[in-house]
Design a protein. Structure first.
Length: 281
């Protein structure tokens, strides 16, 4: 069977069938967990709604809006597991990345996406939250992809110089965060400036790299366990917090601590007994 190819301005060729072949593992790794965690959330929602006597009526409210909520937000959809927006967005970004095979093309695309994000932010455009989240998120992902090779070189810098960079980065990060105020991609709010929001995100990431560069030769089993379970934490924490809120701890840090403790057995169970459902092989 002859493969279909697409040519772009850089002169390269993209094998369509190869792109589709790359999409299959991405679907298993990202979209299957989305469906799995949304199904769990749906069962919890139906059970809890029935328990308190507020079960929604009508096929649209009961079936259609929860399905639309996997991708969309707003009055036309009912997200069962809101944090899963991150995995859906990441899936489409990675699909785009399979097409952008040249670094020059990637940088141009980052620039275009950043401009689109700025326009969305300026117009307060929320009519297409799905497309907006991709635009807002893409510069973060693609820039990280382009710069990841430099991380291994950075950690070889003299420790005293890295410590100085860490102090400067954290000082800048705190100053920018306080000035620009709180923001978030899901809420379509980026403080005083979306560009300051990006700057804060990049500097924050750099600060984390600086901090953990001092621990790169140290092994912590608990940290490894948590890092292997971040997807489970993402997919279950909102449900746990919803049930914890019934008790009303009154302290967000306490709630976060309890939530993390309750996710530990879930990480173990899902990773070991239903690995394919949480993106594992």
């Amino acid at each position: 069977m002859e493969q279909v190819v697409k040519t772009y301005s850089g002169g390269g060729k993209i094998l369509i069938l190869d792109v589709l072949e790359n999409v299959k593992p991405l679907f298993k790794k990202l979209i299957v967990p989305v469906l799995f965690f949304n199904a769990i959330a749906y069962v919890c929602w139906i059970s809890f709604s029935g328990f308190v006597g507020e079960l929604p009526s009508g096929l649209y409210e009961l079936i259609v809006k929860p399905i639309l909520g996997i991708i969309l937000f707003g009055s036309s959809a009912h997200p069962m597991n809101g944090p899963c927006w991150f995995l859906v967005t990441l899936f489409f970004i990675k699909v785009i990345m399979t097409i952008l095979t040249e670094r020059r093309t990637m940088w141009i695309f980052v620039f275009v996406m950043a401009l689109m994000a700025a326009v969305f932010d300026k117009l307060r455009f929320t009519g297409s939250d799905f497309m907006g989240r991709i635009c807002f998120s893409f510069p973060f992902y693609c820039t990280g992809f382009l710069l990841k090779d430099y991380v291994s070189r950075f950690v070889e810098i003299k420790a005293s110089n890295r410590l100085l960079l860490l102090v400067v980065a954290i000082t800048t990060l705190v100053s920018l965060a306080l000035y620009n105020t709180r923001g978030g991609i899901l809420s379509y709010h980026f403080g005083k400036s979306i560009f300051l929001y990006y700057a804060t995100g990049f500097i924050g990431t750099f600060s984390v790299i600086c901090l953990f560069s001092f621990l790169r030769n140290t092994s912590y089993r608990f940290v490894t366990f948590i890092s292997n379970g971040t997807l489970v934490i993402l997919g279950t924490h909102i449900l746990i917090i919803s049930y914890i809120s019934i008790v009303r701890t009154g302290n967000s840090y306490l709630t976060a601590g309890i939530c993390l403790l309750l996710t530990l057995p879930l990480i173990y169970l899902f990773n070991n007994y239903t690995p394919k459902m949480v993106g594992k092989k």
